[in-house]
Design a protein around this ligand. Structure first.
Ligand code: S3P
Length: 164
């Protein structure tokens, strides 16, 4: 079984992926972590400083290509994977299910502004982040096989709903 979680920054992809990995006893691919490993950096800020957003997007494509043939995997994507169709095309080879964690911008903003240690280069300015959110929303919706309300439910509830 392959489950690919998509959604905006702060929608809960990593926590839900971890829970699904535990419940299904499957490996979890945390794409942001692998980006840091592959670019030899310690934070997304460093990735952007080293090669701009292009370095992130190219590395995401490489990671997706490298994992395209693995059938049993939970994948927590970075919020921007929907920008390059090829990333989800690769990840979705071998029968994956793409699940969109749909949280409101209000919920996301309150989570991320409290989370000071977790620095995201594309979430430094709240007005710009909100514009990005609204530009991305149709993309998440268009790729999703399943849409889960990630605003009020717990990580456990979201994971259970994905497995129904
Ligand atoms: C990004 C989302 C981040 C990370 C990078 C860019 C985006 O991942 O890949 O900072 O473009 O939305 P998370 O969604 O895991 O925060």
């Amino acid at each position: 079984m392959k489950i690919i979680l998509i959604g905006f920054m702060g929608s809960g992809k990593s926590s839900v992926a971890k829970k699904l990995g535990e419940l299904l006893r499957l490996d979890v691919l945390e794409m942001d972590e692998l980006v840091l490993q592959k670019t030899n950096t310690r934070s997304m800020d460093e990735v952007f400083a080293k090669g701009g957003e292009l370095l992130l997007r190219e590395t995401e494509i490489d990671i997706a290509r490298a994992h395209s043939q693995i059938p049993n995997l939970i994948i927590s994507t970075g919020g921007g994977v929907v920008l390059n169709k090829i990333v989800l095309d690769y990840l979705n080879q071998s029968e994956g299910k793409i699940v969109f964690l749909n949280a409101s911008f209000q919920t996301i903003a309150s989570r991320l502004t409290q989370d000071q240690d977790f620095r995201r280069p594309l979430f430094k300015n709240i007005e710009q982040a909100e514009l990005l959110f609204h530009r991305r929303l149709p993309l998440y919706l268009s790729y999703a096989d399943q849409i889960v309300d990630a605003d009020t439910k717990s990580v456990e509830e979201i994971a259970q709903e994905i497995l129904l």
